[in-house]
Design a protein around this ligand. Structure first.
Ligand code: UN1
Length: 497
């Protein structure tokens, strides 16, 4: 069997897909390079993985949380040792530059350490009873098997956001990573396995969402569904989960805005906008795809941004000095080009880019030029819809209030940012920007793992990943009363009156 032929990880063994079918994953920076043949798994593979996760659950549930946490801790240490290799593999499979793939592995390390610490806390409450000689307490308890569906843009970090709290709480899991990024998911699970995770506690089924992912979230053995991806798919996942009365955490699209007021430090804002818009080739849910400029600085800032964006080095993310890698696949490339056409049609002014890059060694990859549209108005589709590529829209505003109205005037509410030197403006924005995450004098990207991550309106369904908030997705509260009075005591009735 060829080295590059991947298998599913089920019950602690490598298993060929029962479908016998495979997809090809190619390097987005040079599609001549075959990265892997990826199982195109179907429902039967999902069933096998769920059987393994179900069988592993009773023992894992009863493994003390501090012991579970120690495995996460050891996995973090292994990822530190393997960071360079795993980061390079990630760049090859999905394209973002090495510095960023190192950051992706680091985010998984951070999450594992954070949740490992939680193993000796996982606090519940103890509280007085209204009755004498009676105690009341709560504890977080696991639910059973989780079905986790993860995207390609943070192919190790996002699986870690889900798996670390899932396992810490005592659940077992079946992970269905994006078909474009199987290696990073397998590497993460390999670290957990090498750290001592028992067989069957985590299983990986590779394949497409419509086949493997759908079978997973539908199955009645799955008590927790956590999905990161598009709002359209997320809405369907949410409906399936609701019908099955499952815990369900959805992290979906964004149309994040950076506001730059006249008084802002423009150089600082420029660095932030460049990183926010073109970092990860714009392929973050937190990417800044709108920049809202106060009129006084709009023209100047547009020139500054275009100049710096023009100078960005595009190329293979493994090469030193490259700042922007390719987009992930041909479908995304087409989608981005489609939005550029829409922007032109809508009458936005194309300041930079707008086309696929095919010269100077880029011909074999899925490269798209950093693209800036100016003169964009809030209702244009390029100002409303998530593009997920290196395309940013410049809009103008009269001042803070107008800017906040524009920023909030989209379906999504993940992340937003304000550059200003005025403390009052900063606090108003923190209060009034209607998004799950708000930054002051920093771009829309850069969330840290010990704080809640997620968004409002069409971005999410009211849950959070990361931080302690994510524990609510992966556990239920059990409320426990112990009456040691030796007689019947009736709550609400034996009030002592
Ligand atoms: C995502 O965009 O899908 O805050 C996740 C950030 C990263 C995570 C992004 N830490 O941009």
């Amino acid at each position: 069997m060829a080295e590059d032929k991947l298998r599913n990880w089920i019950g602690g063994a490598w298993v060929e897909p029962r479908t016998g079918a495979y997809l090809e994953r190619r390097n987005p920076a040079d599609t001549r390079e075959l990265i892997a043949r990826v199982p195109a798994s179907g429902p039967e593979d999902v069933h096998a993985a769920l059987a393994a996760a179900t069988a592993a659950y009773p023992a894992w549930r009863l493994t003390p949380a501090p012991r579970r946490a120690e495995i996460l801790f050891r996995a973090a240490q292994l990822l530190i040792e393997r960071k360079e290799d795993y980061a390079a593999a990630m760049t090859r499979e999905m394209g973002k530059v090495l510095e960023e793939t190192r950051g992706d592995v680091q985010e998984a390390i951070d999450m594992l350490y954070f949740m490992a610490g939680e193993g000796r806390r996982l606090y519940g409450q103890t509280t007085p009873s209204e009755l004498a000689n009676k105690v009341c307490m709560t504890a977080r308890v696991p639910l059973g098997v989780a079905g986790l569906v993860t995207p390609w843009n943070f192919p190790m970090a996002i699986p870690s956001w889900k798996l670390a709290p899932c396992l810490l709480c005592g659940n077992t899991a079946v992970l269905k990573p994006a078909e474009d990024t199987p290696l990073s998911a397998l590497h993460f699970v390999q670290a957990l396995t090498d750290a001592g995770l028992p067989p069957g506690v985590v299983n990986v089924v590779l394949g497409r969402g419509a086949e493997a992912g759908a079978a997973l979230v539908r199955d009645e053995r799955v008590r927790i569904v956590s999905f990161t991806g598009s709002t359209n798919v997320g809405r369907e996942v949410g409906q399936i989960a609701a019908a099955g009365l499952k815990h369900c955490n959805l992290e979906m699209g964004g149309k994040n805005a950076i506001i730059v007021l006249d008084d802002a430090d423009l150089d600082l804002a420029l660095d932030g906008c460049l990183w926010g818009a073109f970092g990860t080739t714009g392929q973050r849910c937190t990417a800044a795809s709108r920049i809202i400029l106060q009129r006084g600085i709009a023209a100047k800032f547009e020139t500054m941004l275009a100049e710096r964006a023009r100078a960005l080095r595009i190329g293979n993310g493994l090469e030193p000095g490259v700042q922007v890698g390719p987009v992930v696949n041909a479908t995304q490339l087409e989608r981005i080009a489609g939005y550029v056409a829409i922007g032109r049609q809508e009458g936005a002014r194309l300041v930079l880019g707008g086309e696929r890059l095919q010269s100077g060694g880029l011909a074999q990859g899925w490269f798209f030029a950093p693209t800036i549209f100016a003169g964009v108005t809030p209702q244009m589709r390029i100002a409303q819809e998530e593009i997920f590529g290196p395309v940013v829209s410049l809009l103008e505003c009269d001042g803070l209030e107008d800017a906040i109205r524009i920023a909030n005037g989209v379906a999504y509410g993940l992340s937003s940012s304000l550059y200003t030197a005025q403390v009052n403006a900063a606090f108003r924005a923190l209060r009034d920007l209607d998004s799950g995450i708000v930054y002051i004098n920093a771009p829309t990207i850069g969330a840290e793992v010990h704080l809640p991550f997620g968004g409002v309106r069409s971005t999410g369904n009211g849950h959070r990943e990361s931080g302690l908030a994510t524990l609510d997705v992966y556990s239920e509260w059990k409320t426990m009363y112990v009456d040691f009075s030796g007689r019947l005591q009736r709550a609400q009735i034996d009030t002592g009156e």
